[in-house]
Design a protein. Structure first.
Length: 315
C-alpha cells in the first residue's frame, strides 16, 4: 500500500479511482516560467511551464479567499497568506522550507512579489498596505489608504489602487505622475506595456492610458453585462489580451485580443472547462485551472500540467 503524500488523510489502496481537486489559486509572474497552484488550502504545487515539470509539493498555511498566493520573479520563493492565526509566510520553492513567518499580519487579502525581487506587496482588510522584505519578512514603510500596488516590468512605474479614491499612477519613488479616474467600486486587473497601462474594473470597461501623461488613449466596452477579469500585454504580438466573462447572466469565458492603438477586438475565442486563469511568459501564454497551457495569440493548447493527481478508494 502506498502513501498519499499530498493528502495523507486519503488512503492509497490497490483499488483506486482518480480524483482531481478544483484549482482555486494560480500564481504567476509576468516574465517567469515558474508558477504556483493550489486547490483550496495548505497544499501548493510549484511547476516550470517551459519544461512542463513539477518542481515541488509544499505543505503551507495558505487559506482560501482573496489573492493569497504569490511567486517571486526568480521562482525561488513562494509566499502565502492566511486570514486568521498564521499570517504571512515565505517558503523556498525547491523543497518547501519555511524562510520566515509574520503571525502578527492577519487579515491578509492580497500578496504580490515586487519586480525587483526584494519585497512582498501585501494588502489587508482594514489595515495599511505593507511592504515586506523578502529575505527577512520585516516591514518597510507601510502605505496608508492603499488596497493594492501593481508594478511595471518595462518602466519604473506603478499603479496604486487606493481605497475608495481614484487610481494613482506613480514612479518607483512613489511620486505621482497622474490620477486615473475610478469608474466602479473595484479594480479587477492591470496590464503595463511600454508607455501604456490598461485597467479593467468590475462591471466596467477596459481603458488604456499613456503612462507619461496619464491621458486616456482608448476605451473598450466588452458588451452588456460583461467585464474583463484579467489583462496582459503579449510581447510576442504587441497586443493586449483579456479574459472576459458575462457576470450578469453567467456563461463561457472568452479570450479577447485588443489592438494596442485603439482597443478594437482583433480576436475572440471561447475558453471552456476552466474557472481560474493566469497569464505568464511575457503575456504570450496563460494557464487555466484545468492545467492547460494556452497560447495567448491563438488560444491553442500547447501543453497540459497534471495538477494534483491523487487517488482514493473506490466505493
Amino acid at each position: 500500500m502506498g502513501r498519499n503524500f499530498l493528502y495523507p488523510g486519503w488512503p492509497a489502496t490497490d483499488v483506486m479511482i482518480e480524483r482531481r481537486p478544483v484549482i482555486r489559486h494560480i500564481a504567476t509572474f509576468y516574465d517567469s516560467p515558474v508558477i504556483a497552484v493550489a486547490d483550496f488550502e495548505r497544499y501548493v504545487q510549484i511547476w516550470d511551464i517551459d519544461s512542463q515539470r513539477r518542481i515541488a509539493d509544499l505543505e503551507t498555511t495558505l487559506d482560501f479567499g482573496g489573492n493569497r498566493l504569490a511567486i517571486t520573479r526568480d521562482g525561488q520563493h513562494c509566499a502565502v497568506g492566511a486570514y486568521h492565526i498564521h499570517g504571512v509566510a515565505l517558503y523556498e520553492t525547491k523543497d518547501g522550507t519555511e524562510v520566515w513567518r509574520r503571525k502578527d499580519l492577519k487579515k491578509v487579502q492580497s500578496i504580490r512579489a515586487s519586480v525587483d525581487g526584494q519585497r512582498l506587496l501585501c494588502g489587508f482588510e482594514g489595515k495599511s498596505f505593507e511592504l515586506l522584505d523578502v529575505k527577512t519578512g520585516r516591514s518597510k514603510p507601510s502605505l496608508r489608504g492603499v488596497k493594492d500596488v501593481f508594478e511595471s516590468v518595462y518602466d519604473d512605474l506603478m499603479i496604486i489602487d487606493t481605497k475608495g479614491r481614484d487610481f494613482k499612477l506613480a514612479n518607483a519613488a512613489n511620486k505621482q505622475i497622474a490620477t486615473v479616474p475610478r469608474t466602479t467600486f473595484a479594480a479587477l486587473g492591470f496590464a503595463f506595456a511600454p508607455g501604456k497601462l490598461c485597467i479593467t474594473e468590475s462591471g466596467g470597461s477596459t481603458r488604456c492610458y499613456d503612462t507619461r501623461t496619464g491621458k486616456e488613449l482608448w476605451e473598450h466596452n466588452p458588451g452588456n453585462g460583461i467585464h474583463a477579469l484579467d489583462l496582459t500585454y503579449d510581447e510576442s504580438t504587441q497586443m493586449f489580451a483579456a479574459i472576459t466573462w458575462p457576470y450578469q447572466k453567467g456563461g463561457e469565458h472568452q479570450l479577447v485580443t485588443l489592438h494596442p492603438d485603439d482597443g478594437e477586438a482583433v480576436r475572440r475565442t471561447a475558453i471552456t472547462g476552466a474557472h481560474e486563469f493566469a497569464f505568464c511568459s511575457n503575456g504570450s501564454a496563460f494557464i487555466t485551472s484545468d492545467g492547460k497551457i494556452r497560447n495567448t495569440a491563438t488560444a491553442e493548447v500547447k501543453g497540459v500540467l497534471n495538477f494534483f493527481p491523487f487517488t482514493e478508494k473506490a466505493c
